[in-house]
Design a protein around this ligand. Structure first.
Ligand code: ADP
Length: 414
């Protein structure tokens, strides 16, 4: 089955075309036929597409909305020069969407119908930036491919619906949870599901034996404690703002800062919140960039004090969460790094796990340095009691597989 996986942002559209079915899943022979993205949808959109291992095709196209972008993409895919192994537009058999927020209602992936769309709309309050964009992607796919092509929603929050109350409730008046569903939801769920599944494949362990701390460190960053295969705690909360230091987000802070800064700076509360989401984190501390690669270069080449400080703060916060989750689960069998930073930045991994040997966690410096750029590998030292893995995430693959499972009525295990 050819599944188009879509991840729609407010002015972006990322896609992958994946061929998969029950047999390919069993044999691990899913095929990535094409992938790419649009940016700046709404005007002259910039696109970059790639069929299989071919070089990327780049260009611009006037795309008023997601529908126009998708229309252009589908025409390209089915065209004779694209190199995509697809007979006709009609051979896209299903669409899988990454959807940010499924609240407490969506605990697993579902086939999209009017009621599910209304459900996603209901959670716009909780994800005002993301859910509306996801809905745009759903509407675009329906309009371009027709209502006959089934669509499936895969929620970033669903994996964390197993969090026990003690982990997902905030210690605020309980009515605020009852009335407004103020609680920790957690995000990056699809990524965590992927790496924990892949960890089981690499190690031969069962779901029940999966007791790991997974660290998704990209532009957005979070940590997740996975016990018996289930998420039991995670660092992002009611919104993705809580938890680790991120590219532009502050992560954990004292909520009294909001009102204080609002008064001192003459800002409205929502402006302070925006500041915490878009001007903080690595960018805010360094005053330079939200990009870890650039910060590492600045620290190395110019010995920049604030670049070094930002990296140190980042690593320190992750380390504290590792300690917290070891305590929460009473230990762990492995730590798994993923996301752009987790997969690629060996020096950051080393800083995060620095001085944890007392807890039985020790990196092998040589293996850690050697494992670079999207490569799976084990990087702990022989003496380490806890395994340390680097597992590049593949959310698109999981979305494609879920899509096939949901449509074929197969079980989607979380
Ligand atoms: P997103 O969360 O948007 O998917 P990614 O997972 O691609 O983002 O992560 C982006 C982050 O990964 C950036 O901070 C980037 O600098 C960092 N990164 C990517 N490659 C490297 C590298 N080789 N060394 C250090 N950091 C890297």
């Amino acid at each position: 089955m050819n599944v188009l996986v879509l991840n729609s942002g407010s002015s972006t559209l990322k896609f992958q075309l994946v061929r998969t079915d029950a047999e390919r899943m069993r044999e691990n022979t899913d095929l990535k036929l094409a992938r790419g993205e649009f940016e700046r949808i709404g005007g002259e959109a910039v696109y970059s597409f790639r069929a299989g291992d071919r070089p990327a095709v780049r260009g611009t196209v006037a795309a008023r909305d997601h529908r126009a972008a998708l229309d252009f993409l589908i025409t390209w895919m089915a065209g004779p020069d694209s190199g995509v192994d697809l007979d006709t537009v009609g051979s896209i058999e299903a669409v899988g969407h990454r959807v940010a927020h499924g609240g407490e209602r969506f605990r697993a992936s579902v086939r999209i119908d009017d009621e599910v769309q209304r459900g996603i709309e209901d959670f716009i309050d909780l994800a005002p930036l993301h859910n509306p964009s996801n809905l745009k992607g759903i509407a675009a796919a329906r309009s371009v491919l027709g209502a006959g092509v089934p669509q499936v929603a895969v929620f970033d929050t669903a994996f964390h619906q197993t969090l026990p109350e003690r982990a997902h409730l905030y210690a605020i008046p309980y009515q605020l949870y009852r009335r407004h569903r103020v609680r920790r939801y957690g995000f990056h769920g699809t990524s965590y599901r992927y790496v924990s599944w892949r960890y089981r494949q690499l190690t031969g362990r069962t779901r029940e034996q999966t007791r790991i701390i997974a660290l998704h460190l990209g532009n957005g960053c979070s940590a997740c404690a996975i016990d018996g295969g289930n998420s039991v705690d995670t660092s992002m909360g009611f919104t993705p703002l809580e938890g680790l230091v991120m590219g532009t987000r502050s992560g954990d802070l004292d909520p009294a800062i909001l009102d204080y800064v609002a008064n001192k700076e003459g800002l409205a509360l929502n402006e302070v919140e925006r500041l915490l989401n878009t001007q903080s984190g690595l960018l805010g501390v360094s005053g330079l960039t939200n990009d870890m690669r650039e910060l590492l270069a600045e620290a190395e080449e110019h010995d920049d004090r604030r670049a070094k400080l930002a990296i140190e703060l980042f690593a320190y916060r992750v380390r504290k969460y590792v300690g917290a989750y070891l305590a929460a689960m009473g230990g762990a069998d492995a730590i798994v790094f993923t996301g752009g930073i987790g997969e690629n930045a060996a020096p950051v991994r080393a800083r995060i796990l620095d001085r944890l040997d007392w807890l039985g966690i020790a990196l092998d410096a040589e293996k850690n340095g050697r494992t670079t750029h999207g490569v799976e590998g084990r990087v702990d030292a022989a003496a380490s009691r806890v395994e340390v893995w680097v597992i590049p995430t593949d959310e698109e693959l999981l979305i494609a597989r879920d899509t096939v499972r949901v449509i074929s009525g197969l079980e989607t295990r979380y």
